[in-house]
Design a protein around this ligand. Sequence first.
Ligand SMILES: Cc1ncc(COP(=O)(O)O)c(C=O)c1O
Length: 405
Amino acid sequence: MADTNNPSTLAILGGKPTCDSPIPFMSTALNQNDIDAATAVLHSGMLRQASKCAELEERIADISDAENAFTCSNGTCALQLAYGSLLNPGDEVIVPAWTFLATASMIVAAGCIPIFCDVLPDTYQIDPADVEKRITPKTRAIACTHLYGCPVDINAIEQIAAKHNLTIIYDAAQAHLARYNDNGIGAFGDAVTYSFYATKNLGTGEGGMVTTNSDTTAKKISLLRSHGESGKYLHESIGFNYRMNDITAAIGCSRLDRLEQQNESRRKTAAQYNKILHNIDAIDAPSVTQGALPVWHLYTCKLDTALLTCTRDEFCDALKAEGVPTAVHYPRSLTRQPCFENFVQDHPPTCDWLADRVFCLPMHHDLSDEQIQAVSNALNKVVAAFAKPEIPTVSVPERVAAVEH
Ligand SMILES: Cc1ncc(COP(=O)(O)O)c(C=O)c1O
């Protein structure tokens, strides 16, 4: 029977939870300015893609060092617009098996072939050495994600792409305003895509964007986004309706006013978490790509299950009972997703390894020092409860004495 009065008894076993009320995992609330901005559009009656979309495009292009930006309905459409304007059916596209599904599924939707590659165990980002091994004469592009808000090793990817004449598409759905070597991430690659889904650093509910520095690609994206229409009722090519509306864009513009400051708060929280994890052997903090300025959409760490008597999921359940919610991004490698069955060549080992170990701590701009301290207390309590008993080490003279007896 668990001793419910003992402060070290886990809440999941009936002990007192570390937190009086659960710590919010994320913060998605709008403020009055956001609501006023959306209301102004409603009053104007201009609900379609109009001046607010243009403003959001201009501002994000400017901050991210991109030449052209196109708002669209969501991050999945953004990928479709980028792939549709840069790839041809049958192309092989190298993509990490450790990313959100759409980075790879939209390659298939474009009639192309995803070639799954591995990621680095410490940064979780695409592994340039593994990319190079998977290049064939049919390889046309590399599609990689600035995962969890941290840029990939852009220099390494650009060098490989230049050597083999490959296109690069960066999925920055989780990396709004991240930087690399003092440049906005829009400065790199052939296209960069974004999602403004409600939980993203810049959340508008649904929404997305593609940026590109090529005017030719920009023209193709513009046509694909809106029925291939190059003049009034003149349809030059087949396209979609993937336009954003001005209500969404107004919320985006309003939230963009405070995004830089909110990303800075996330960086402060990440630094505090790094310090806490430095003293916990069983949990590894994430590493950041050299030269990258991350925006910490998610703070993803790894559990060293060899040091504990529980699985990652049991660990997360115990943390939740203490009042610290977590999330698992992602519970399986993309090569383990049934929808990619026909495209799997092998299972990149680091992706499988991460799937059993990763979990994300609460991360948003609004976490207080007290809440971060509570996360620390809960982590230490749960790790202590699940720690494997230390195997007593016997010194050599004692061992010899034992044999002599
Ligand atoms: C890395 C990544 N790519 C693409 C997407 C798709 O974006 P959306 O949900 O806006 O379609 C997401 C959304 O979670 C994402 O995290």
